[in-house]
Design a protein around this ligand. Sequence first.
Ligand code: ATP
Ligand code: MG
Length: 419
Amino acid sequence: MRLSTLFTKSTKEAPKDELSFNARILIQAGFIDKLAPGVYTYLPFGLLVLKKIENIIREEMNIIGGQEVLMPALTPRQNWEITSRWDSFDALFKLKGFDSKEYALGATHEEVIVPMIRQHAFSYKDFPVYVYQIQTKFRNEKRAKSGLMRGREFIMKDLYSFHMDEDDLENYYQIAQKAYFKIFERCGLLDKTFLTYASGGAFSKFSHEFQTLAESGEDDIYVCRNCSIAINSEIINDMHHQCPNCKSKKLAKERAIEVGNIFKLKDRFTKPFSYVYIDESGKKQPVLMGCYGMGLTRILGTIAETCHDDNGLIWPKEVAPFTVHIVTLNSREAESNNKVKLTSEKIYKELKESKIDVLFDDRETVSTGEKFVEADLIGCPIRLVVSERTLAEDSVEIKKRDEKETELVGLDKVLKYSQ
Ligand code: ATP
Ligand code: MG
C-alpha cells in the first residue's frame, strides 16, 4: 500500500474527547474512526489488523473441528421469550418490524443456533457438533468509555458445541482452551494472558475467562505466578483466596481485560427449545452445550493497550497491518533523488512479489522527521529507510520497531531481512 494514495491521515495529536488509550492511539494513527461512543469504523490499517486476527481465529477454530456459519443479526423476539431472556438480557437492542413483530439485534446467538442445529443433529450418529461464526454483535452497553474494549457494536467469534454427555463436553472444553491459548500466542498476547476462573452461573461450578493484564482493564484478577492461572475477583471468596492448582495463597491482584471466555452451558438453552437426541436404544436424551466467545475488536484494542511505547504502536508480527514500512527520504539533488525513488520502487515491488505485506511511504512532500514520527506511530515491525546516504553504501537502513539500533543492510539482502 502506498501512503501517497491512502485516503486516511494520521494526526499530530490524539483526539481530546476520547477517554481510552486504545481508541486515542488507534484514531491518531489512522486505524479507526469514531462515529459515536462504542461505535467505530475500521479504516484500511485497522481492517488489515482485524482481518489478520480473524484469520488466526478461523484457522484455529477449523483445526478443532469448528464449522463456520454466519447467523443473522436480526433475531425474533419469540426466540428470546423461549429462553426467558427478552426481559432479562438488559443490553438487548430491541426494534419493531411490521405487524407488531419485534426483534433484537443479535447480542449473542444461543437463541438462533439451538433451534437451527436441532434441525440437523438429532440422532446419536450426528454428535458431537461444533459450529462457529465471526460476526458483528450489538449490545446496549451502559458504559462505552473504553474504546474498542466495550463497543455497542463489536465483532465476536462465537463457537457452540453440542454433546451427548458431560465427559464429551469436558473433553472438548479442554481442547477449546488450548486453541484459545494458541490464538493469543499468535496475536502476541500469550505472556500476558491468564486462564482465569470465573463464576459458572447456575450450570457449572466455574466458567473460564482469558484475561490479559493491562492497567486499563475493567476486571480485577488474582494471579498465581507459579501456575499462570488467575481467579476473577468476583469469585475470589468462593475460592478461599487460593490457587485452584497449587493451592498457594500468594496471589497478586492485577487489572486485566477479558479477551475471551468459555462456558459449559449444559442444557440451559437446549432444554427451553426441547432439544433432545435419540440414543442407540431409541430413548430421548438431553443435548448438552458449551459456548466459547472471543472478542476480535476487543483483542485489537487490547493489543493497542499493551503493545506500544511513547512514540506509538508496536504490532506483534503476525497481526501487524504490514510487516515492512519502507520510508523513502527525498533528496534535493535531482539525480540522486531519482535513484532513491527508483530503488525504493524496486524494493517495494520485490517485497510484494515475495508476499510480504509492505507499506510504502513514497510521499514527496513530507519531511523526513514527519515520516519517521509516523512510522513509529503506525508501528510496523520493520522500518526500512532508503536514502541518498544509504545508497552511497549500496544499502538500506533497517530498524526493528521494538529495538533502538539501526543496521545498514546490502541491497542484495533486503528480502532476507524483511521476513
Ligand atoms: P464483559 O464481562 O466484558 O461484558 P461478557 O461476559 O459479556 O464480557 P460474552 O458475552 O461472553 O462476554 O462475550 C464473549 C467475548 O466477547 C468477551 O470475552 C469479550 O472478549 C467480547 N465482548 C463482550 N462484550 C463486548 C463489548 N461490549 N465490546 C467488545 N467486545 C466484547
Ligand atoms: Mg458483557
